[in-house]
Write a protein that binds this ligand. Structure first.
Ligand code: GLN
Length: 446
């Protein structure tokens, strides 16, 4: 733990992956683990990890990268964090992210810009950019991220690391600061597939605090590692390989398909015909849910409270105006509009209907195929400052990841090649609750 903290001190000036580093808490926990004795059968005992700053950590500042939560010290641990703690992991700090997880480059953080360790002029992706950069830079061996529309998988792709978004319901969302409650999932970001499966073993499972967490039995996610892909049927969705995709990335997916074929899998083209409506449906649904979830940040209950106010209304308006950044305000307005009486049928309801069509697309493909192979993002990491001022471009970049959230499926990005000298990942998408097949196929690469 001491080495990890020293290393963060020397590396993180250039990377800025962390919002908070908890030297004192981490060393205390390490001493506790030492006192008990490292448990040789528990791989996680004494392991330093990082947590995205939208998961609450008892006594440790949790900001969701927003000024509105600048000095917020939660009084409990998120379930995923608690489960890791009980196995003896050591939280060394909280990682940078887009404010309230809204964004894809970590540039929407109210506090700092995180740099991609492969090229510090590039973004680390987002919104879990701090977690992915911390793992890629060797600051920690594993980190937790959250994924509402791609926020684990896209930064994993940009940083050359492994990122798993589990099936909706697989991991408790208790203590995850809510963005889109029907989409959000916590998942591990690691350097390799087996570490990833090991962290999943720790965090998965039903939680009485989150009624959307599944009561399904949790398998040993490491049990299918290195079992090969012989006989596996893999589909590549035509719509995911369409225009707008960098040539190198397309080639990376095709090369990956060849590797799977050589290992004994069948790979064929499949169709997910409603893919083109995904961005529109996702931004309406996620913003609607966000506009509702973010009502609680009113200057009374949490964090920042505006000064010199006239009355209660003024307190709400000033606290929220000062506390939220531009992108968060944009989403609140979009969501409130989509849910309003006059526009609900035209926007929210339509988006919900499109979502069902997209779920049906996946169900049809999974009748005949075990797994879907796709690019994770249309481009490699781009330059800091390049896209952030253009919301439409930013939103379109999520076209390949957000269908997986709308359908609640497990999806993992694994490093598969390079484009313009930067790492790129491919995405493996499984049937609901079939993370095992995803890990099995992913481990065939290691
Ligand atoms: N980039 C997407 C958005 O801005 C996804 C974010 C996420 O998964 N948290 O909503």
């Amino acid at each position: 733990t001491q080495q990890t903290l020293d290393n963060i001190k020397s590396v993180d000036n250039d990377i800025n992956a962390f919002i908070t580093v908890d030297d004192e808490g981490a060393l205390k926990k390490a001493a506790d683990v030492d006192a008990k004795g490292i448990d040789a059968d528990n791989l996680l005992s004494g392991m330093p990890i990082a947590i995205k700053d939208n998961m609450v950590t008892k006594g440790l500042t949790t900001t969701a990268a927003s000024k509105i939560l600048e000095n917020f010290k939660p009084i409990y641990d998120a379930t995923a964090v608690d489960k890791l703690n009980k196995l003896g992991t050591i939280t060394v700090g909280k990682t940078n992210m887009d404010e309230f997880a809204m964004g894809g480059s970590t540039e929407n953080s109210a506090f700092k810009i995180t740099h991609n360790p492969w090229d510090t002029t590039k973004v680390p992706g987002g919104s879990s950019g701090g977690s992915a950069a911390a793992v890629a830079a060797g600051e920690v061996i594993a980190a937790l991220g959250s994924d509402t529309g791609g926020s684990i998988r896209q930064p994993a792709s940009f940083n050359g690391v492994v990122g798993m978004k589990p099936t909706y319901g697989r991991v408790s969302r208790w203590g995850l600061i809510a963005f889109g409650s029907s989409l959000d999932q916590i998942g591990p970001i690691t350097r390799n597939v087996s570490d990833n499966a090991t962290i999943m073993n720790a965090i998965a499972g039903h939680d009485e605090h989150d009624l959307t967490s599944s009561t399904k039995e949790v398998p040993d996610f490491t049990s299918t590692l290195n079992k090969g892909v012989k006989g596996m049927k893999i589909g590549i969705p035509t719509e995911f390989m369409a225009q707008g995709l960098d040539d190198d990335i397309k080639q990376t997916v095709l090369d990956t398909a060849e590797t799977f074929k050589k290992l004994g899998a069948t790979v064929e083209e499949v169709s997910l015909p409603h893919t083109k409506y995904g961005v529109a449906a996702y931004y309406i649904i996620s913003s609607s849910e966000a506009s509702s979830n973010l009502q609680r940040f009113d200057g009374i209950r949490y964090g920042r409270r505006a000064k010199d106010v006239k009355d209660l209304e003024d307190l709400y308006v000033k606290s929220r105006s000062e506390g939220f950044g531009d992108e968060v305000k944009r989403r609140i307005m979009l969501g409130t509009f989509s849910l309003s009486a006059g526009f609900y049928d035209a926007y929210f309801k339509k988006a919900a209907q499109v979502r069902t069509l997209m779920i049906n697309d996946f169900t049809n493909v999974f009748k005949d195929y075990d797994l879907i192979l796709a690019p994770t993002a249309p481009t490699p990491a781009y330059g800091i400052g390049e896209d952030v001022s253009d919301p439409m471009t930013m939103y379109m970049n999520d076209v390949l990841t957000l269908p997986v959230n709308l359908a609640g499926l497990p999806g993992m990005s694994i490093p598969a090649g390079f484009s313009k000298g930067l790492p790129v990942g491919v995405q493996l998408i499984g049937r609901p609750y079939d993370e095992l097949t995803v890990y099995q196929a992913g481990s065939a690469f290691e």
